[in-house]
Design a protein around this ligand. Structure first.
Ligand SMILES: Cc1cc2nc3c(=O)[nH]c(=O)nc-3n(C[C@H](O)[C@H](O)[C@H](O)COP(=O)(O)OP(=O)(O)OC[C@H]3O[C@@H](n4cnc5c(N)ncnc54)[C@H](O)[C@@H]3O)c2cc1C
Length: 452
């Protein structure tokens, strides 16, 4: 049967377009070690090839796992024996950059970093950024509705997409490459594919909104006594008239402590016993320094370091992005939640107390995109706690809906959060999702068992 597939797939894609066994294993499996287990991969070069490919897969019931950069964090690109991986890297062209309209049309396999570099040449930015920028693809970011560090200003991917081209499971191509913000044509069908994690179709091209690039940022590392005070400073910086707040990345004292120690003796050592720390990036160094000075006088902040050069900036970002906590506690439990800013401090206090009373060994760590209330929570102990996932997730999700938050912020559902989706979702919403899946993919060939 596999040989029969290979013959037909090769006829559609040409000899270099199909990989098997060692040819698949030679690729980097990415964040999830199960991503390449299918052992059969297709590398299409254009939309027509994908349409032909899906027509065939749908006819013979061969299930398809789309993959971009394989940086996804919820198991949504995981594959298994008997499936076909659809790798998008051969479709990475930047089709057009329209400087006047501030839009870009791009193929789905283009990395965020490549697109950002191209639009920066025109004084523009994609308005979205994340740690995996060098590998994550635009198609993968659309499929996961990625958020990242600038979402408090520009929204997640859902707000960056103006138009989409998508190949449906039966091989039909939905061409909706609109390039305008206002396009009211009844149901906004393209939105279904944003955040669908490859379960409804293959995103092949997108038209994205761009924004004027704000220029180089000044970075400050700021220690603050409480999350509420950090949010207070965030709002003050955001409201300053002569400059723009670009990023606000928060991390708790435990995270800072472990990361600072992991990186050895640096100028950041003095922050290792503080409370919450926030990386603020702002357009104007003088205004930032003045405002932080005022915040010190007002006892809103405990300490601050303004980076003088790229080396210091890199050291600060390493504290946020280097995964030292996960290296120190490889068997911890991860969550990705969001809470309205007004209730964020109260939520974290409540969660800390719940964890402590459940098991005093359990320690709360978090980092997050503070401006939109998105926290990446990790619960760790000095021993593996994987089998406590159910009990701990109950503590993490407690009260979230009541305060207007959500159990899944920006990493998607994938395989990991399917049970949580079933428990946390409004039942009518969940039924509609199942109906939509059946309507668009009746044979369930698109990334089966993910999300739903
Ligand atoms: C260091 C690091 C930092 C990160 N930071 C952030 C962050 O700040 N914010 C954030 O939101 N995420 C973050 N992520 C998660 C990840 O980068 C995003 O989820 C990203 O959007 C995934 O893109 P990808 O191309 O790697 O997709 P993959 O991992 O390859 O796939 C992810 C999902 O998209 C589907 N898919 C991929 N391409 C297509 C396509 N063309 N059509 C249809 N479906 C497709 C896959 O089937 C899968 O369901 C981070 C990850 C890492 C490793």
């Amino acid at each position: 049967m596999v040989n029969k597939h290979i013959e037909r797939l090769t006829a559609i894609l040409g000899p270099g377009g199909v990989k098997i066994g060692a040819g698949v294993a030679a690729y980097d499996h990415g964040f999830d070690q199960t991503n390449l287990l299918a052992g059969l991969a297709a590398l299409p070069r254009d939309t027509t090839q994908i349409a032909e490919l899906l027509t065939y897969c749908n006819a013979v019931g061969l299930s398809v796992v789309p993959q971009g950069g394989r940086t996804g964090l919820s198991g949504a690109a995981s594959s298994s024996d008997g499936q076909l991986i659809l790798m998008m890297q051969a479709m990475s062209r930047i089709v057009a950059i329209d400087v006047v309209s501030q839009t870009a049309i791009v193929e789905a396999g283009c990395t965020l970093e490549a697109l950002e570099a191209a639009v920066r040449g025109h004084g523009l930015t994609c308005g979205i950024d994340l740690g995996a920028r060098g590998t994550a693809t635009i198609g993968g970011m659309i499929a996961t509705n990625a958020g990242g560090q600038e979402a408090f200003r520009f929204g997640p991917m859902r707000q960056r997409v103006l138009g989409l081209e998508v190949v449906l499971p039966d091989g039909r191509v939905m061409g909706d490459l609109t390039q305008v913000i206002k396009a009211n044509g009844g149901y906004d069908v393209k939105q279904l594919f944003i955040g669908s994690e490859g379960t409804l179709g293959i995103v092949t091209r997108a038209c994205l909104r761009l924004a004027p690039y704000d220029g180089e940022a000044t970075t400050a590392f700021v220690a603050i006594d409480s999350l509420d005070k950090a949010i207070g400073l965030f709002r003050r910086l955001e409201a300053l008239p002569n400059g723009r707040l670009l990023r606000a990345e928060v991390m708790n004292a435990r995270h800072v402590d472990v990361s600072v120690k992991d990186h050895g003796e640096t100028a950041l050592g003095r922050f290792s016993h503080q409370k919450e720390c926030v990386i603020f990036e702002f357009t104007d160094p003088t205004i930032l320094e003045e405002e932080l000075g005022r915040a010190l006088e007002d006892e809103l902040i405990a300490d601050a370091l303004i980076c003088k050069n790229e080396k210091e900036r890199a050291a600060v970002w390493k504290i946020r992005e280097d995964w030292a906590v996960d290296r120190a506690y490889p068997k911890g439990l991860w969550f990705d939640i969001s809470v309205p800013l007004a209730r964020l401090g109260q939520y974290v206090k409540g969660l800390s107390a719940r964890l402590k009373s459940h098991n005093p060994d359990f320690q709360l760590f978090f980092i997050g995109h503070m401006g939109d209330g998105n926290l990446h929570v990790t619960v760790n102990a000095e021993y593996p706690i994987t089998e406590h996932y159910k009990a701990v997730s109950k503590l993490v999700y407690e009260g979230l809906t009541e305060v207007g938050g959500f159990f899944s912020a920006e990493h998607g559902i994938g395989l990991e959060k399917r049970a949580a989706l079933a428990e946390q979702s409004d039942p009518v919403r969940l039924t509609l999702m199942q109906d939509i899946k059946r309507l668009i993919d009746p044979n369930s060939i698109m990334n089966p068992n993910k999300v739903l």
